[in-house]
Design a protein around this ligand. Sequence first.
Ligand SMILES: Cc1cc2nc3c(=O)[nH]c(=O)nc-3n(C[C@H](O)[C@H](O)[C@H](O)COP(=O)(O)OP(=O)(O)OC[C@H]3O[C@@H](n4cnc5c(N)ncnc54)[C@H](O)[C@@H]3O)c2cc1C
Ligand code: SF4
Ligand code: SF4
Length: 398
Amino acid sequence: MDKTVMAVKDRDCVGCKACGMLCPVGAITYERNREGFEYPIIDANKCIQCGKCLAGCMADKKPDKGNSGSGRKLYAARNKDKVILKSSSSGGIFSALANDIIFEGGCVYGVCFDKEFRVVYKRGTSIEDIESMRGSKYVEAYVSMDILEGFVEDVKGKRKILFSGTPCQILGMKKMCRQMGLSTENVTWVDFFVCSGKVSSYLWEEEKQGYLKKGQLEQVSFRSKRKGWKNYEMHWKAGGKSYDYDSLTYRWNKFFGNSVARRKTCKACEYQGRGGADISLGDFWYSAPLPKEWRDNQGISVVGVNTDSGRKYFERIQGQLEVREVTDLIKEHYKYSDYDEEEEDTKRKTFWDIYEKRGYDALCEQYAKITWKERILYGMIRPVLIKTGLLDLMRKKK
Ligand SMILES: Cc1cc2nc3c(=O)[nH]c(=O)nc-3n(C[C@H](O)[C@H](O)[C@H](O)COP(=O)(O)OP(=O)(O)OC[C@H]3O[C@@H](n4cnc5c(N)ncnc54)[C@H](O)[C@@H]3O)c2cc1C
Ligand code: SF4
Ligand code: SF4
């Protein structure tokens, strides 16, 4: 039996890159598959079959004990700072948590756009760095080995750290540290309450091209609140001009909603709620039971406070927030659904064959066309439902 991570199936590998850090002889590197997702490859000439990579891989799906779910409290919360709230995806809680760590002299690991508007993990030590991480980018984020090495050094140096990422990335980092014998008492882990998954970076490179032709790309936001939180838009600024599109009728949303455009692990994700994060963040769409002043369409987060250390941290940032406990209002709703792998693989093959043979435009034509029905529903009826508050009332309690 293979003692290395070559034994891990594609549908279980989340691309956390812990294995590359654990290999004592540097035998593991990463290559993109034809869909643009990175997977480990092993240099057989270097590998000594020690088994350390597999032993430290989180794909065994064992939940992290930090997050048992018992005693978890849920809150609706939002940042009092209106500028931060407006530029955040939901309630701006990430910024409140991150700013606190920066003021304490610590560092924050989160995701930003680099100069070429690639989506990448970054180490932040200033308020400007936190601003660059603000806002969700619905694309798989690139994790460099430099970032992971920096993280391990920070853990060893007992620096105060906030690590924010997808539930699977956090599970990967926690297991890596445990395998290295490192204590992570100095780390606060922040993941997503619900995670819809990561779209291929190849598709993102293609999507950007259309705007690069218009001039230098200056700004991108997947969750612009120009018209409000619930009417979120995709915003581009290129060549000095702004382009804003209702997100639900913008083609990226079709890829975001299509499992074959996302990493294979995301289809039946088994990592949500199991990563052991101290705090989990998401959108609090079910705002009907909240007082009227909260229903102003500026953004509300659901905050899952999962551990004692998360509780202490959340208490510390209360001054920056408006907060209401909602533990009894919503339930955890992670779905560990399984699926027909053969059927999914066939759909995947067809999708990526079209991309490879006929290009991005053909792919969009086939998979990302917005129908008239959708335009009427999302573009005309939905804004009215939001304005009148009917959407809130129609939303089912989760
Ligand atoms: C890929 C993805 C899928 C998500 N799916 C859902 C969902 O289905 N339902 C839901 O309620 N919430 C989801 N979220 C979370 C939600 O979009 C907000 O990020 C969350 O509510 C925090 O909002 P905020 O206003 O507090 O902070 P924001 O300022 O919006 O914080 C953004 C945070 O997300 C991190 N981040 C941004 N892009 C990425 C990325 N590509 N990978 C990893 N981390 C990233 C940043 O580092 C920062 O910590 C998802 C987030 C991501 C990144
Ligand atoms: S450690 Fe991470 S990148 Fe390596 S095989 Fe396991 S899940 Fe994949
Ligand atoms: S859906 Fe699951 S596997 Fe995919 S990014 Fe989110 S936590 Fe990771």
